[in-house]
Design a protein around this ligand. Structure first.
Ligand code: C5P
Length: 220
């Protein structure tokens, strides 16, 4: 049969990345953080001086993006600069969300993402993994958490990284980003019809991992 894929989609700071990486580790599968791909495009565009609304230039940049994920780090360019920390910056996330609404850019990233489906399997997280990129995934999960929970988590992550931000500002930012992701016409953020819904507002990361692994067992 086809190489197994588990997709985890959901809004900003819902815990998709941590969950996907833990599940991938438990199963010995590859992990694709598709958000990092959009963020890398944003960073590369910023460096090349490409405006966030220049769709043809952004699509050309994305089609030839020299990006590699290796050893849990993101490498951009040749021979490759470690841009992992830069990709997590709020300004890069904002620009990623803006350019992610452009259909030509999304189309240019399609094959890159599908090529990540390699044996023994893939766990991938993003916004359209189950709806557009891997519609035949063997397990699809739509992960949610209350906006307040998500803002608090983001606040803790930033604080741990030494970045100060106020909770109301973070909440406003999350809500703006999610509204843009849900309302865009190209691959909007929404649950696939055959996705399992998981609200992790009151769940520990371990409990979420166990729930996913149970669903994965059921899907076999
Ligand atoms: O998940 P993360 O915050 O890293 O993603 C950055 C932005 O990239 C999101 O706000 C979203 O607009 C976009 N994105 C997307 N499709 C994906 C993953 C991310 O549109 N599969």
């Amino acid at each position: 049969g086809a190489v197994p894929v588990i997709t985890i989609d959901g809004p900003t700071a819902s815990g998709k990345g941590t969950l996907a990486s833990r599940v991938a580790q438990r199963l010995g599968y590859h992990h694709l953080d598709s958000g990092a791909l959009y963020r890398a495009c944003a960073l590369a565009a910023q460096r090349a001086g490409i405006a966030p609304d220049d769709e043809p230039a952004l699509a050309a940049l994305a089609a030839a993006l020299p990006l590699r994920f290796e050893g849990g780090r993101a490498w951009l360019g040749t021979p490759g600069e470690d841009v992992t920390d830069r990709l997590r910056e709020e300004a890069i996330g904002q620009m990623a969300s803006q350019i992610a609404a452009l259909p030509a850019l999304r189309a240019a990233l399609l094959d890159w993402q599908r090529r990540c489906r390699r044996a023994p399997g893939l766990v991938t997280d993003g916004r359209d993994m189950g709806t557009v990129i891997f519609p035949d995934a063997q397990l699809k999960v739509f992960l949610t958490a209350s906006a307040a929970q998500r803002a608090e988590r983001r606040h803790r992550q930033l604080a741990a990284a030494g970045v100060s931000a106020t909770l109301p500002a973070l909440l406003a930012d999350l809500e703006a980003r999610d509204a843009r992701d849900r309302s865009r016409s190209s691959a909007p953020l929404k649950a696939a019809e055959d996705a399992r819904q998981l609200d992790n507002s009151a769940l520990s990361i371990e409990a979420s991992v166990e729930q996913l692994l149970r669903w994965w067992d059921d899907a076999q």
